[in-house]
Write a protein that binds this ligand. Sequence first.
Ligand code: FAQ
Length: 312
Amino acid sequence: MTAVDEVELRQHFEATIAHDQRIEPRDWMPDGYRNTVIRQIAQHAHSEIIGMQPEGNWITRAPSLRRKAILIAKVQDEAGHGLYLYSAAETLGADRADLTDKLITSRQKYSSIFNYPTMSYADVGVIGWLVDGAAICNQVPLCRSSYGPYARAMIRICKEESFHQRQGYELLMTMMRGTTEQQAMVQDATDRFWWPSLMMFGPPDDASPNTARSMGWGIKRHTNDELRQRFVDMTVPQAQKLGVTLPDAQLRWNGERGHYDFGPIDWQEFFAVVKGDGPCNSQRIEHRRRAHEDGAWVREAAIAHARKAVAR
Ligand code: FAQ
């Protein structure tokens, strides 16, 4: 390719972004764009896969057949989301085996939220309500992300996440109509998951190295702080209706801003969890690594089968 060709290709790429159209796998794109989209999609895919563990922990102890069926379906959906996302990353030339290797050797990140333990069945409801709620807030704008395969994957993922959010809220509503012990379990789970849910949106804008560039490229549509505020505004009335107290004494409506004010987030905790020092980081990675090793025979069998099919 000549230098002139590259200038033209770059202009075409920039015009596509400026006109809010999609970049597709065969289009020319700058290396920085490709690497940023691979990084974000890979982190997102890993989050869906690791995110199966905290709730998966309760499948064998679900309180009824109905709750067990719902939970199995939800956890299975997360596996599906991971697979669409790994496929989207592959359209950019990433290799799925390499991405998995980077996850199990801690060279690529996954969402901080999944490094917290699930202590009671109320946690299943709170994960649906708060964690899926935060995920939806963050991911609905990604349906307009500039990378076509990612944006299209997000449409289906968001529909399923909305269902997950509602099942969590319904579970909590049921528990809140139950015994005082069940109500206390919901409050306790809310107390433990509220702040980590706010951290899911990533570091504050002034400490987010990727936001400006990702927004310039239309990969992200809003900043981390904008989406965090949107989540708080959406969730406070839901907490009131549910009858739980969000664990933040500074949480109050600010009429001037037209938003809820909230207290300071413990960013030291966030960075420690991202670095690998959260309560369950090593357990989550170890579990994923073991599952990968246990699945080696399936991969080998699939390859042998594919070879035979070609030879036939
Ligand atoms: N945890 O410069 P920024 C789900 C990293 S899916 C860990 O702001 P960016 C479904 C970040 O990668 C949840 N690391 O980065 C479900 C970057 O690292 P690097 C996942 C985090 O990319 C529900 C560094 O910090 N969702 O929940 C976190 O512009 C229930 C600097 O940050 C997505 O992945 C974090 N919370 O913005 C499953 C959505 N935040 O590589 C099961 C797509 C930031 O530079 C049950 N991703 N980091 O070293 C995004 O929207 C963005 O990537 C952000 C981060 C907003 C997460």
